[in-house]
Design a protein around this ligand. Sequence first.
Ligand SMILES: Cc1ncc(C[n+]2csc(CCOP(=O)(O)OP(=O)(O)O)c2C)c(N)n1
Ligand code: SF4
Length: 317
Amino acid sequence: MFGTKADWSLEVFERYFTIGDYAGGEARWCPGCGDHGVLTAVQKLLRDEQIMPEMTVAVSGIGCSSRLPHYMGTFGFHGLHGRALPVACGIKSRRPELDVWVATGDGDCFSIGTAHWIHAIRYNMDMVLMVFDNAIYGLTKAQTSPTSPLGMKTNTHPFGAIIANHNPLTVTLGITNVSFVAQVVDWSPPLLYEVLKAAHRHRGTSFVRIVQRCPVYAEAHIKQMQSDPNNVLLLKHADGIPVDKAVARQFPNQREHDPADLSSARDIAQDESVIPVGLLYHKPDAPCYEDLSSQGGYMTAEEKLAGLEAAFDAFTI
Ligand SMILES: Cc1ncc(C[n+]2csc(CCOP(=O)(O)OP(=O)(O)O)c2C)c(N)n1
Ligand code: SF4
């Protein structure tokens, strides 16, 4: 049966959810793994927004990051490698009132899951798509991923990755009907929280690339990224991610960027000498596939019958 958010809203006022209501099993990621901070940010946000745990679904593929649904006290689906998005789109198409969070890795999304990523962005179904990008295959112990930078030493390329990395931001910004593209680093919890909040409030597919630390298999990569705070570029704008003064001080390198400006977003994404953080692109009114495809889903049997009769009447001679 379909239900609407309004059907459930009365209960929201009768119950108050604490962080514990969003907690599942104990997280088994390595100490220092950036995934811990993302899990905490999602749980805090759901608590602050008082989203009903039973109305929330965490969907993932396979990888360290894809273990997230196990650690949530919500519904979840830990799927097949690269296939988080078809599952998430399926859930959303039948149960559009559910709050859907996708957790996927750079291997899961940008390698085996590439086709789903491209089409999910185009379908623009209302969900948060978090890509935990540690530039390595973590779960399977250090193979080169599509985002491993040129020269990065991995088990599959012990002398260094031999081809330049893929740029997930420019690709996403080039997809038809893209509506929300943001990037953040896991080591700034307040910014991470605000980015996820904006992503959650956006109606459509919110693509959030989280530059995530894997201290076990990508230590040199992390050291390089964190060696100078100027390596990160904070994007500021009245329509962007709200950043208070204390947080902004962590980012000496800043620039104004209007998230409505797609061409400028692409220019920023193209420059890989820095890690832009904040909102690159936002188009609030892009059409969502579930709205277009579920037309008639709430009709009664009588209404459907009357619609069929009317359609048949058009062919009556
Ligand atoms: C069809 C298939 N191919 C390969 C694998 C092996 N495999 C599991 S996870 C993974 C990559 C994980 O890397 P990533 O998505 O970046 O996630 P991370 O572990 O770094 O969070 C691979 C290749 C698999 N489980 N299924
Ligand atoms: S291997 Fe890396 S990505 Fe996986 S849990 Fe450990 S630190 Fe995190």
